[in-house]
Design a protein around this ligand. Structure first.
Ligand code: NAP
Length: 143
């Protein structure tokens, strides 16, 4: 079962992508769900292990996508077997065909918010830096 966390304007989008439950972060703090989740995967760096660990079940894992503090936590710190697993995928040769198959089967759907030409890269950065993009911003590089 997957619980997704997002803002109010993205609740329906996230549900359509397959989330079983959706938490609107403006209404509810998922870290108040004590001992609930096996994995907390933060793809937008808005949480921390320090706060999220109470929402993890015993043996649960917190997966950050950046953050120095999280990398320090990852250095062997574990509370009731709850721990941080940090770092990028190490075996891309094995991983890419797996991800590719998920895309081809439609199991994994990618949300593209805006596509900019390379000549508009400054505008793309301004848009992404505003912090409210839905999914991904693509830069189209043509020769
Ligand atoms: N290392 C990696 O592989 C990796 C990968 C991806 C991202 N990151 C890091 O993650 C950070 C943010 O990434 P980004 O630029 O892609 O995203 P972003 O533009 O900062 O995040 C946008 C999304 O996050 C939502 N959001 C805001 N506060 C939230 C909260 N408390 N809980 C859940 N969702 C929330 C926003 O919703 P609203 O519009 O409703 O506010 C919006 O949909 C960056 O620092 C980036 O470096 C790292």
């Amino acid at each position: 079962m997957v619980t997704a966390v997002c803002g109010p304007s993205n609740v329906e989008l996230v549900r359509s992508l397959g989330a079983d439950e959706v938490v609107d972060y403006t209404k509810r703090d998922f870290t108040a769900d004590l001992d609930t989740y096996d994995v907390v995967f933060d793809t937008v760096t808005k949480s921390s292990f320090r706060r999220s660990r109470r929402a993890l079940r015993r043996g649960g894992k917190y997966l950050p996508t950046s953050g120095l503090a999280n990398n320090l936590w990852a250095q062997g710190t574990a509370f009731l077997g709850k721990r941080v697993v940090a770092g990028m995928s190490v075996d891309k040769r094995a991983t890419l065909p797996f991800v590719s198959a998920l895309l081809e089967s439609g199991e994994l759907r990618v949300v593209i918010d805006h596509t900019y030409p390379l000549s508009d890269i400054a505008a793309a950065h301004r848009y992404a830096d505003a912090g409210h993009k839905r999914g991904n911003v693509v830069i189209a590089v043509t020769s």
